[in-house]
Design a protein around this ligand. Structure first.
Ligand SMILES: *Cc1c(COP(=O)(O)O)cnc(C)c1O
Length: 424
């Protein structure tokens, strides 16, 4: 089958030898997935998930049993008092914008103690001038950079917390930054420190790409809110849209008033027939996340052994599913993305081309052949066309597909002459 799909015997043999050395790591990932699978299953059984919950509702969606049960299941998995899980939350940025805006009032300040937040939040907060930003509403913003060794700058954080500080935003994943992703344990230490300075401050974690990579979630170590997108890890590849916020009863109430309207809150919001995919996607999410983790580690090992700088490296612990590879040349970046696209179950026959994108100075190339448009829990890659030609890639709904995708990208790089097969 590999040769039918364009993988040479040599490439396959190289990949299989790499995998031999990853067996122990993969076993650990499977153990985490096993634990998290039971965690989700337990929450579903406890909340009596039943066929009636899969019925579609329309209109206002009053007394939507399925929707309410799904939110209880999320709350139980995140060990929070409540959760807001809705198709009306359009994406991760929307969920984060709701969480931020629900807490702050004019004159309050938001603090990011871990450096710059995710790009799209710059406009939500108003770090970049933007219509409707929190800055327009009189909300201030402060940021404390990480130390050069990427550790938390506790002295500077203490100084930056004032009587105006209402909300602290911690981004778990590195996103597109060149810093390590924080483990839940590290986030817990940071939260403990913040609480020692200002116990009543609201702490929100941008949990995108981190869900189910560990046994604990940030809400287990004191975060008031965990926020993420359903077309990443927790949707399990089946959710066609949506976002979640899991947190304290008080926070979730405020978020619901912000999402719908004051007075309406969580009572409205029809499920539009999406309950089967949202429940089943969450059920599959632990093993899907495990597949994406294995794929990321496999890619790191394949390319690292072939001489490319990779972040994180193949033997580092993982707390999210993103892998960066420095391809070093335009041809390398294009070949990598071409391979990922050619490996997809959807749109495998098209060739991705670099293109100017809003918000970017350089053309960007994107490869994705996904069942859900823009889904980044499915195998996908992108990178700006500028040195050092970093490609960021993530996802892989199944490990066999993730393995094939990376082999295909490597084969394209071999065919383009930008990499030589290393001898192992
Ligand atoms: C993806 C992501 C977001 C934004 O999510 P969208 O669904 O793309 O709006 C925010 N923060 C991080 C760390 C992310 O990875």
């Amino acid at each position: 089958m590999y040769s039918k799909l364009g993988i040479s015997e040599e490439t396959l043999a190289y990949g299989n030898r790499i995998i031999e050395n990853l067996k122990k790591r993969f076993a650990k990932i499977d153990e985490t997935a096993e634990y998290n699978q039971l965690k989700v299953l337990h929450a579903m059984q406890k909340n009596h998930v039943q066929e009636a919950y899969f019925a579609a509702t329309t209109g206002y969606g009053y007394n939507d049993m399925g929707r309410d049960a799904l939110e209880r299941v999320y709350a139980d998995v995140f060990h929070t008092e409540a959760a807001l899980v809705r198709p009306q939350i359009t994406c991760g940025t929307h969920a984060l914008a709701i969480a931020l805006a629900s807490v702050v009032r004019p004159g309050d300040e938001i603090l990011s103690p871990v450096g710059k937040p995710y790009d799209t939040l710059e406009e939500v907060i108003g770090i970049r001038e933007s219509k409707g930003s929190l800055k327009e509403w009189g909300v201030g913003y402060r940021q404390v950079e990480l130390k050069p060794d990427h550790s938390f700058d506790y002295d500077a954080i203490k100084t930056a917390i004032t009587d105006k500080t209402k909300l602290i935003e911690i981004q778990r994943s590195k996103g597109y930054l060149l810093r390590p992703t924080f483990s839940v344990e590290q986030i817990g230490e940071l939260i403990d420190f913040i609480r020692s300075v200002k116990p009543e401050v609201v702490i929100m974690v941008d949990n995108c790409y981190g869900e189910f990579t560990e046994r604990l979630e940030p809400s287990d170590v004191g975060a008031d809110m965990c926020v993420g997108s359903l077309i990443k890890n927790p949707g399990g590849g089946l959710a066609p849209i949506g976002g979640y916020i899991a947190g304290t009863r008080e926070c979730i109430e405020q978020c619901a008033y912000r999402l719908s309207a004051p007075g309406l809150g969580q009572e409205v919001g029809a499920n539009l027939g999406l309950m089967p995919s949202l429940f089943q996607g969450f059920f599959l999410a632990p093993t899907v996340t495990a597949s994406a983790l294995k794929t990321a580690i496999f890619a790191a090992a394949m390319y690292e052994k072939a001489g490319f700088p990779v972040l994180p490296s193949a033997d580092e612990e993982r707390y999210d599913i993103i892998q960066a590879v420095s391809m070093g040349s335009e041809e390398g970046l294009l070949a990598f993305c071409k391979g990922i696209q050619a490996a997809a179950p959807v749109d495998s026959f098209v060739t991705p081309e670099p293109w100017p994108m809003p918000g970017y100075d350089d053309p960007v190339i994107m490869a994705a052949g996904a069942f859900v448009s823009g889904s980044s829990i499915e195998l996908s890659a992108d990178g700006p066309l500028k040195p050092p030609y970093n490609v960021y890639f993530q996802g892989g709904l199944t490990w066999p597909h993730g393995k094939f995708g990376i082999l295909k990208s490597f084969q394209e790089c071999l065919n383009a002459g930008v990499v030589k097969l290393p001898s192992l």
